[in-house]
Ligand binder design. Structure first.
Ligand code: ATP
Ligand code: MG
Length: 579
C-alpha cells in the first residue's frame, strides 16, 4: 500500500473528549471516526485490525467445530416477549417501530433468534450438539458510552451459541470454547486472565470472563496470591471470620446527635468500623413491580449491588429516595437498625437482607431506628426479632487483602482488566421460556441445554493498545498490527532513495509482507510521527547511507540497527516470523 494513495486521516491534536490512550490513538491515528456518542466509522487502518482479529477468531472457532452463520440485527418483538427479556432488559435495548407500527429491537445479543432458528430445524438428539456463531454489529444503548470502541453503542461482537442434549456435552463444548478463547487472545499477542463472572442480563448458572490486564480497565479483578482463584469483583467472595469470643453485653440506647455515617458514629462512640452495622435501603424493579430492600453489612465493608440484585432476582436496583426510606422503613437514613420499626402495612414488600459478615457478630453498634440514637452491644443472634427466619447471605464487596474463599490460605490481590470475552453455561433458561425442544432417545420431548460465548472484537483491538503503547502511539502485536512494516524514504526528492525504496517495496510484497510505503513528499519528522501512530512493529528508513548500500531498521519498541540493502527483504521476513 502506498501512503500517498491510501486513506489515513491522522490528527495532530488529542480530541477533546478522549480519555484513555486507546481512544486517543484510535482517533489520532485515523483508525476510527466518531459520528455520534458510541457510534463510529471504521476507517481503513481500524478495519484492518478488526479483520485480523476476526480472522483469528474464525480460525480458532472453526478448529473446534463451530459453524458460522449470520442472523439479522433487527429482531421482532415477539421473540423477545417469549424469552421475557423485552421487559427485563431495560433501556439498553434499542426498540424500533416499522411503518406498520410493528415493534422490533436492534439485537444486543442473539439468544432469542438462535433459539428460534434451532427449534424450527433440529428435532432429534441425533442432530446435537451443534455450535453456531456469527460476527455481527450489535447495538446496546449504553448509559455511558465511553472510551471509544471500548464501550460503544454499536460494536462488533462474535457471539456463539451451543445446543446440547446433556450437561456432559455442554461441559465439553464450554471447555472447547475456553481453549479456543485462550488461543485467540494468545494469538492476538495479549496478556489475559480468566475470571469467574456474574452472568448479568444473559443469565445462566456459570460463567467466566476473559480479561486483558491493563491499568485503565473498567473492571476490577481479585485473585489469590496462593491458588488460582480469580474473580471479577462483582462476583468475588471471601470467608469472613468473626473471631470475637467476647460474651454478649447488655444492649444500650445512646444519643448520637447528627452522627449518621459509619465514620462519624464509629469516631463518636470510639469503636472500630468493624464493630458497626451499615444499613442501605434500595428500591428495585422485578419486571415492572416495585419493591424495597434493607441491606445490612458490617461497617468496614461496602455492599455489592450485583449480589443484592441477584439475590432479589431484580431487573434493576438503585438507592431508595430518602423520603421512601422514611415512609417504608419508618426511620430516616443515618439511624437505621435491624428490626423494622414501622408496623403499618404498605403497598410494597420490604425485604431485609443480612450479609454473612454479620453472622457471628458480637456487641455491635447499629442504628436504633430513632432520630439521633444508636444502639450499643447489638447481638444479632440474641437481638434480631426473627433471628431464626433470617438467612445470612453473601452481599459484601470483597476487598483486596481479604482471605481467599477457595484455598483459605492466600490473600486476595487486586488488578484491573478489560473484559474482552465472556463464556456462559446457560442451561435451559431460553429453551424453556421459548418452548424449544428435541426428542430424546426414548422419544420424549426435552428442552435444549445451551451455552453462549461472546467476544468484543473492537474492544479487543482497543485493549491491545491499552496493554502496549508509548506516548507516541500503539505498540501493536505483529499478529494484529494494521501493517507489519512501514517503509520510509527520508527524502523523496533523492532519486537514489526512491529507486531503492520502490525496489524493496516490491520485494517485501512478493514475500507477502504487509508493507505500507510512505512515499509522501512530507518532512521525515511528519512521517515518523505518523509511523508511531500506525504502530507497525518494524520501520525501514532509506536515507543518505543508501549510497553505501546501508538502510536503517527500527523496531517500534525502540531498537535501531543498520542493515545492508542487499538481502533486506529476506532479513525482514525472518525477523517478522520470530516476533
Ligand atoms: P460489560 O460488563 O463490559 O458491559 P457485558 O457483560 O455487558 O459487558 P456481554 O453481554 O458478555 O458483555 O457481551 C460479550 C462481549 O461483548 C463482552 O465480553 C465485551 O467484550 C463486548 N461488549 C459488551 N458491551 C460492549 C460495548 N458496549 N462496546 C464494545 N464491546 C462490548
Ligand atoms: Mg454491558
Amino acid at each position: 500500500m502506498r501512503y500517498s494513495q491510501y486513506f489515513i486521516p491522522t490528527l495532530r491534536d488529542v480530541p477533546a473528549d478522549a480519555e484513555v490512550p486507546s481512544q486517543i490513538f484510535a482517533l489520532r491515528g485515523g483508525y476510527v471516526k466518531k459520528i455520534a456518542a458510541g457510534i463510529y466509522d471504521y476507517l481503513p487502518l481500524g478495519l484492518r485490525v478488526i479483520r485480523k482479529i476476526e480472522n483469528i477468531i474464525r480460525e480458532e472457532l472453526n478448529k473446534k467445530g463451530a459453524i458460522e452463520i449470520l442472523m439479522p440485527s433487527m429482531v421482532p418483538v415477539e421473540l423477545w416477549q417469549e424469552s421475557g427479556r423485552w421487559y427485563a432488559y431495560g433501556k439498553e435495548l434499542l426498540r424500533i417501530k416499522d411503518r406498520a407500527d410493528r415493534e422490533f429491537c436492534y439485537g444486543p445479543t442473539h439468544e432469542e433468534v438462535i433459539v428460534d432458528m434451532v427449534r424450527n430445524n433440529i428435532q432429534s438428539y441425533k442432530q446435537l450438539p451443534v455450535n453456531l456463531y456469527q460476527i455481527q454489529a450489535k447495538f446496546r444503548d449504553e448509559i455511558r458510552p465511553r472510551f471509544g470502541l471500548m464501550r460503544a453503542r454499536e460494536f462488533t461482537m462474535k457471539d456463539a451459541y451451543s445446543f446440547h442434549s446433556n450437561t456432559e456435552s455442554l461441559d465439553k463444548t464450554y471447555q472447547d470454547m475456553f481453549e479456543a478463547y485462550s488461543n485467540i487472545f494468545k494469538r492476538c499477542g495479549l496478556k489475559f486472565r480468566v475470571v469467574r463472572a456474574d452472568s448479568g442480563n444473559i443469565g445462566g448458572n456459570a460463567s467466566q470472563e476473559f480479561m486483558i490486564t491493563a491499568d485503565t480497565g473498567e473492571d476490577a479483578i481479585l485473585y489469590c496470591d496462593h491458588c488460582d482463584y480469580s474473580a471479577n469483583i462483582e462476583k468475588a467472595t471471601t470467608i469472613i471470620k468473626n473471631i470475637d469470643s467476647e460474651p454478649a453485653k447488655k444492649m444500650e440506647l445512646v444519643n448520637t446527635p447528627d452522627k449518621k455515617s459509619i465514620e462519624e458514629v464509629a469516631k463518636f462512640l470510639k469503636v472500630p468500623d468493624y464493630k458497626t452495622m451499615k444499613a442501605v435501603f434500595y428500591r428495585f424493579l422485578k419486571g415492572d413491580k416495585l419493591g424495597f430492600a434493607m441491606v445490612f453489612v458490617r461497617g468496614d465493608y461496602e455492599i455489592n449491588e450485583t449480589k443484592v440484585k441477584n439475590i432479589l432476582d431484580a431487573t434493576t436496583i438503585e438507592l431508595a429516595k430518602p423520603e421512601e426510606t422514611s415512609e417504608y422503613w419508618g426511620c430516616e437514613n443515618g439511624f437505621i437498625g435491624p428490626n423494622k420499626p414501622s408496623k403499618k402495612k404498605t403497598d410494597y414488600q420490604v425485604v431485609e437482607l443480612f450479609d454473612n459478615s454479620l453472622t457471628n457478630a458480637k456487641n455491635m453498634v447499629c442504628g436504633a431506628n430513632q432520630k439521633d440514637k444508636h444502639l450499643l452491644n447489638f447481638n444479632p443472634a440474641r437481638d434480631l426479632s426473627r433471628f431464626e427466619d433470617i438467612v445470612f447471605v453473601d452481599l459484601n464487596m470483597t476487598r483486596e487483602g481479604d482471605d481467599c474463599p477457595e484455598c483459605h490460605k492466600g490473600k486476595l490481590k487486586k488488578e484491573r482488566g478489560i473484559e474482552v470475552g465472556h463464556i456462559f453455561k446457560l442451561g435451559t433458561k431460553y429453551s424453556k421460556a421459548m418452548n424449544a425442544s428435541y426428542l430424546d432417545e426414548k422419544g420424549l420431548e426435552q428442552n435444549f441445554i445451551m451455552g453462549c460465548y461472546g467476544i468484543g472484537v473492537g474492544r479487543t483491538a482497543m485493549a491491545a493498545i491499552e496493554q502496549a503503547h508509548d506516548e507516541h502511539g500503539p505498540l501493536w502485536p505483529v499478529q494484529i498490527a494494521p501493517f507489519e512494516v512501514i517503509l520510509i524514504t527520508a527524502n523523496m526528492e533523492t532519486p537514489e532513495q526512491v529507486t531503492a525504496a520502490e525496489k524493496l517495496y516490491i520485494e517485501l510484497q512478493n514475500k507477502n509482507i504487509e508493507v505500507l510505503f510512505d512515499d509522501r513528499k512530507d518532512r521525515i519528522g511528519v512521517k515518523f510521527n505518523d509511523a508511531d501512530l500506525i504502530g507497525a512493529p518494524l520501520r525501514i528508513i532509506i536515507g543518505k547511507k543508501i549510497a553505501e548500500g546501508i538502510i536503517e531498521l527500527n523496531y517500534r519498541t525502540g531498537n535501531k540497527v543498520d542493515i545492508t540493502f542487499k538481502g533486506a527483504a529476506e532479513l525482514i521476513a525472518d525477523i517478522l516470523k520470530k516476533l
